[in-house]
Design a protein around this ligand. Structure first.
Ligand SMILES: NC(=O)c1ccc[n+]([C@@H]2O[C@H](COP(=O)([O-])OP(=O)(O)OC[C@H]3O[C@@H](n4cnc5c(N)ncnc54)[C@H](O)[C@@H]3O)[C@@H](O)[C@H]2O)c1
Length: 336
């Protein structure tokens, strides 16, 4: 498992880690925004930098090739460490490049977005998009270390900050009751991020290849992905976190109906989603359209849709199967 370092002094922590691990050669990968806003916090290490355009479009084969060309120019060898300084886009892309360059070089993630700190930067899922498919090409490969410093959040755009809360609430709802209570009581942000990162990393340790218990983290993602894909296709992309919040609301109704969760706990999760993300557009009239995307979801087994649902706050159930016909029926009956 990678070393997970929580720090307020990123430059110093990174310098110490490099000294202890005898790292003599490192290269930073960042995007245009993290170069401007985040690189200054580690500038004193004076490392060579590869920059890519900010935005999901950089998770592409073209960008992988361009970064590999730069690594060759910089004479990166198998001892060189790639330091991914950015949000989920940079850690996904950089992790993938590091996994294939010279059959794999070590990499460090320094997530700079809230989503990166609690989710994308942790867990060893690396990858890029291809055609219209998100994350369709990639490998499982753990970072050597992950440095989490909330200092970076000072420059993160508001929408990126807000939307990431769905992943925090999701992780708490299915896997950590005390984290959920900490969020409800408006607890310290650094502590919330730390608890969430540790909760994800424990699930990853138990099930690195995503075969069982790690799937709990898919709560909200079945309908969430459908919602996200639909808006991507009509060229009005929405933030992943807002899509997940939408998915969590529908999937919570399923959990309530099948007696997985009490009405009180259902309300508590919905209330937190409202507080942290605002009331999310329900998109009810588009339900049948979403079913089209759900039907083609790679998580489906034997034409059943697979859900991860909370059972009670802090506990969840994965691999809950529902047919598309059942979903349509529930919609007509007003259950979801
Ligand atoms: N590997 C995984 O397990 C996993 C999990 C969830 C999401 N993801 C992936 O993560 C990506 C989304 O991550 P994201 O929301 O972090 O997106 P992102 O990396 O695109 O970052 C969002 C925006 O914030 C900017 N930014 C990041 N940190 C900043 C900072 N400190 N100051 C100023 N600007 C900053 C970025 O440049 C970008 O414009 C998607 O590609 C998604 O597929 C991966």
């Amino acid at each position: 498992m990678p070393e997970l370092v929580f720090t307020k002094t990123i430059s110093e922590s990174l310098r110490q880690y490099c000294a202890l691990s005898k790292i003599t050669n490192a290269i930073v990968l960042c995007d245009t925004n993290t170069q401007r806003c985040c690189l200054p916090l580690i500038a004193e290490l004076n490392l060579p930098v590869i920059e890519c355009e900010a935005g999901e479009n950089s998770k592409s084969f073209e960008e992988v090739i361009r970064i590999i060309d730069k690594l060759i120019d910089l004479k990166a060898d198998r001892q060189t460490v790639l330091i991914n300084l950015g949000g989920g886009m940079v850690t996904d892309l950089g992790g993938f490049v590091a996994s294939i360059y010279k059959r794999g070089i070590p990499f460090i993630n320094i997530p700079t977005s809230l989503l990166g700190m609690v989710d994308a930067g942790i867990g060893g899922k690396t990858g890029i998009d291809y055609l219209n498919y998100k994350n369709i090409v990639g490998v499982f490969k753990q970072a050597n270390a992950i440095f989490i410093s909330t200092e970076f959040l000072k420059t993160l755009p508001e929408e990126d900050y807000k939307s990431a809360w769905s992943e925090i609430i999701k992780t708490a709802a299915v896997a950590n009751e005390s984290l959920f209570e900490l969020i409800e009581s408006d607890g310290n942000l650094d502590e919330i991020i730390k608890q969430c990162a540790l909760t994800k990393s424990e699930l990853v340790e138990r099930d690195f290849m995503d075969q069982n218990v790690r799937q709990l983290l898919n709560f909200g993602h079945t309908f969430g992905h459908a919602y996200e894909s639909y808006f991507l296709e009509i060229d009005k992309p929405i933030k992943h976190g807002f899509a997940v919040a939408y998915g969590m609301r529908i999937e919570l109704k399923i959990a309530l109906f099948i007696n997985n969760i009490s009405a009180n706990e259902f309300e508590r999760i919905n209330k937190l989603l409202n507080e942290k993300l605002g009331v999310v557009e329900d998109g009810n009239d588009l339900f049948n359209l979403y079913l089209k995307y759900i039907a083609s979801d790679k998580k489906n087994v034997d034409s059943n849709v697979i859900f991860s649902l909370p059972k009670s706050i802090g506990k969840g159930q994965y691999q809950y199967k529902v047919s598309i016909e059942q979903l349509k029926k529930w919609k007509i009956e007003g259950i979801i």
